[in-house]
Design a protein around this ligand. Structure first.
Ligand SMILES: *Cc1c(COP(=O)(O)O)cnc(C)c1O
Length: 248
């Protein structure tokens, strides 16, 4: 089927245009230049064909949150010019795999994971750009006693006081490059307040780690609040691809 006959391409094209307009308005409101903000389109749960359609429409940055799906898409798109962003919570035993295809890992939140990714990158003969994921939750790990102590609604991330340790470990790793901080706004909190805490933390981290210039924050529902607080990378799924059928 040629592209002009593909209704999904037209849908994606329209939604990308709307996204560009949203980012443009948010940048205007914040007195920033839209060229400072990169939109990563998050293709999780959507098929390889959608990833290819997005690239045909000029998208260069794609995000995934599960190793298995990410690996399959990266392999199927290896003929295309794509930067792959791994944005999901990451277990150490997946580090070798992620290191083979990811260009950026946004979810680096502990020193043990830094070491596993460095080993993986070395084995793969690659260099990985790393964001340190920060937890903006105000309650410790979102532990909810009513759920038997199981973490509820916790989206990963280092507590702010541990962020410098993770940054230092990345800086000391031969095959990793520290590029910035990443966060997800906590459920139920005003995202502007959460991202303004993130902006403060970013400012203080930059004093010791001036190379950590990037800020990955903002999704379909809260990218304006993130851009107002200095986001350089927004991670947008449903606003481009449509509502996912299940959350993960
Ligand atoms: C799924 C996901 C996104 C995109 O979410 P949307 O609300 O669909 O834009 C962004 N960041 C992370 C970490 C995600 O897991």
């Amino acid at each position: 089927m040629t592209e002009t006959l593909d209704a999904r391409v037209e849908e994606l094209r329209n939604r990308l245009t709307a996204l560009e307009e949203r980012i443009g308005h948010a940048c205007d409101a914040a007195g920033r230049d839209p060229s400072e903000v990169t939109a990563i389109v998050v293709t999780k749960t959507w098929p390889i064909e959608d990833a290819r359609r997005l690239v045909s429409l000029g998208v260069h940055d794609l995000g995934e949150n599960r190793d298995q799906d990410a690996r399959a898409k990266a392999e199927a798109c290896s003929d295309l010019d794509v930067s792959w962003h791994f944005i999901g919570q990451l277990q150490r035993n997946k580090a070798n795999s992620v290191a083979r295809y990811a260009d950026y890992v946004h979810s680096v939140d502990r020193v043990a994971l830094v070491n596993a990714l460095d080993t993986g990158a070395q084995k793969a003969g690659r260099q990985l750009k790393c964001f340190v994921q920060v937890s903006l939750d105000e309650e410790p790990a979102g532990i909810d006693a009513s759920a038997g102590g199981v973490a509820v609604g916790h989206r990963g991330g280092a507590r702010p006081q541990f962020v410098p340790d993770v940054c230092a470990a990345i800086r000391a790793s031969e095959h990793l490059e520290l590029v910035g901080l990443m966060a997800v706004a906590p459920l139920g909190e005003d995202p502007f307040a959460a991202f303004s805490r993130l902006a403060d933390l970013h400012g203080s981290v930059l004093k010791d780690f001036p190379e950590a210039v990037l800020l990955s924050a903002g999704m379909s529902g809260d990218l304006e609040a993130a851009i107002a607080n200095g986001a350089t990378h927004v991670r947008v799924g449903s606003a481009v691809l449509g509502e996912r059928e299940y959350v993960r």
